[in-house]
Design a protein around this ligand. Structure first.
Ligand SMILES: [Zn+2]
Length: 539
């Protein structure tokens, strides 16, 4: 009976853990890696066709994105998840598969011209469709017997509609062990969904640590913040453009717009239109409005529904699906809200809206989520004066704003509180789904605050659940020397990038110094640059 950590080990994305018990192999999550990769994940040591089942915590692509790749390689077992997760994941995987196919088509056209190798996408739309047929749904609090000796119970993780923590009970002969997978745990008091449920007793806990080193601070008042931004933008005759993640964040914003309209917080602009311009977001919004999923909402939302109020719909909401609908938005000169994906502005229709709106100073672009290093969203937040869109240089004159404190994840203190609510101390807590150092620092935090035994596993680490120890030390598949070296190089480069950000801040803050001081600062930077440019030339 053992756990093997595959993905999101000392990393944030690519969640995947292998559980082996009672002669069966099952995965908890099967996510896609996104963004910068620090560690190489080990291969799942069981072929996809020999995996007996998969338990899915929630629909986000970093937890579900490789399911169709498993199916493409022969997995045919059941995928257990909540009804809401199955519905959201269905559209998410279709969308992801579509992107993979487009990417493959583009790469292959290029390869054909250059004589390069043909590229096969990790999966296709057909694989995604096959995957959705394997979903077996359950509700919170029910015990499912997956196999003789293996059962699962899902509890609300408060992170996304249908998101779950999963408690596995594994019995081999006289021995029973329980393992609780937190999944992504939600921030408190979010619109629409409940707060995370308190955890049940478990021998072992695998907990996420995305914000394991940060606290969100005082609870921000999103309605007040949004109302101010809307008032300022509309008073100037501008549009509010919001790059937003299609699933979850978009629907939370619709909830807030409904509140603003219902409470008449914008006198003079009561009838402002809100366009949702992303086919995936429109599909997700329909799922959020489906009456059969109301079990997943919080009490406040259920109260609205009892009164006959749809929590995310209002009279001036326009859902556009076709590209003609999308183009028409830009011919309409009325001040309005445009919600479009992708959330980090790297792809999708948001790029068209940015092209049409960034150059006008009466418009506002509002960010409502984390923007990774290197993305267009990050550049705009960092104050870039011009950006390239569709080969055109676009001036950034619009106001750039961020909705403070908005996050879908629990912070450090909430994670500690959730772990502290376990009825008794677990034998061990495994920390995953956090950036490299965050996993280690959060492991320390948990030990210091709660006295639990913790570990932050790497990909390939195996833990024997019966013996309560790492499976034969020599067999723990640590990183190879080569990838370890690469990791160190990446970490050093990360430090340098942080130093560069500090330099940029120092330059920004030096406005107002004397000319002599500015010249001295410039000389020092130039000396440093000369030294390192010479060094790399000499290589
Ligand atoms: Zn998530």
């Amino acid at each position: 009976m053992k756990l093997t950590f595959i993905g999101a080990a000392h990393e944030v994305t690519g969640s995947c853990t292998l559980v082996q018990a009672c002669g069966k192999s099952l995965l908890v999550d099967c996510g896609m890696e996104q963004g910068a990769d620090i560690y190489e994940n080990c291969e799942i040591p069981v072929s996809p066709a020999a995996i007996d089942a998969i338990c899915l915590t929630h629909a986000h692509i970093d937890h579900s994105g490789m399911l169709p790749a498993m199916v493409a390689k022969g997995f045919r077992g059941p995928i257990y998840c909540t009804e809401a997760t199955a519905r959201l994941c269905g559209i998410m995987l279709q969308d992801s598969a579509h992107i993979q196919e487009q990417e493959a088509e583009w790469r292959n056209r290029k390869a054909l011209r250059s004589g390069g190798e043909p590229y096969t996408p990790p999966y296709t739309v057909a694989d995604a469709m096959e995957t959705t047929k394997l979903f077996r749904t359950t509700g919170y609090g029910r015990t499912l017997e997956l196999f003789p000796g293996v059962s699962a119970r899902f509890a609300d993780a408060g992170h996304l509609l249908g998101s779950a923590s999963i408690l596995l009970t594994l019995t081999e002969g006289e021995q029973t062990r329980t393992v609780l997978f937190s999944g992504d745990l939600g921030n408190l008091a979010r619109p629409l969904i409940r707060d995370p449920q308190k955890p049940e007793r478990a021998d072992y806990v695998v907990v996420e640590s995305t914000y394991g080193d940060r606290v969100h601070g005082e609870r921000p008042d999103y309605v007040t913040q949004l109302t101010r931004i809307l008032r300022e933008t509309f008073s100037a005759g501008g549009n509010l453009v919001i790059p937003s993640f299609a699933i979850g964040r978009t629907q939370e914003l619709l909830y807030l717009f409904r509140v603003i309209k219902e409470q008449k917080l914008l006198p003079g602009f009561e009838h402002f239109a809100v366009y949702v311009d992303s086919p995936l977001a429109v599909e997700a919004t329909k799922i959020y409005s489906d009456t059969s999923l109301y079990d997943y909402y919080d009490d406040e939302t259920l109260e609205l529904l009892r009164k006959g109020i749809d929590p995310i719909t209002f009279p001036d909401l326009r859902l556009s699906v076709t590209s003609d609908d999308s183009r028409a938005i830009n011919f309409n000169t009325e001040p309005k809200v445009i919600l479009s994906a992708s959330g980090m502005c790297e792809a999708g229709r948001i790029r068209h809206h940015l092209k049409h709106n960034l150059w006008r100073e009466n418009n506002t672009v509002l960010f409502v989520g984390y923007q990774s290093e290197g993305t267009l969203g990050r550049k705009l937040i960092d104050g870039e004066k011009t950006v390239k869109l569709f080969g055109e240089t676009i001036q950034v004159k619009a106001h750039i704003e961020s909705l403070a404190g908005i996050s879908g994840h629990a912070d450090r203190d909430m994670l500690v509180e959730w772990l502290g609510a376990l009825p008794e101390a677990p034998k061990r807590v495994f920390i995953n789904h956090g950036e490299d150092v965050v996993c280690d620092s959060f492991a320390q935090t948990v030990t210091n605050k709660l006295g639990y035994l913790t570990a932050a596993p790497f990909s390939g680490d195996e833990f024997d659940l019966i013996a309560g120890e790492w499976a034969a030390r020599g067999r723990v598949i640590r990183l190879t020397k080569e990838s370890e070296g690469r990791r160190r190089a990446n970490a050093a480069m990360d430090r340098l990038t942080v130093a560069y950000q500090r330099l940029k801040t120092a330059i920004d803050m030096s406005r107002g110094l004397t000319n002599k001081e500015l010249a001295k600062f410039a000389d020092q930077i130039n000396d440093l640059c000369d030294k390192y440019i010479r060094k790399s030339d000499g290589k």
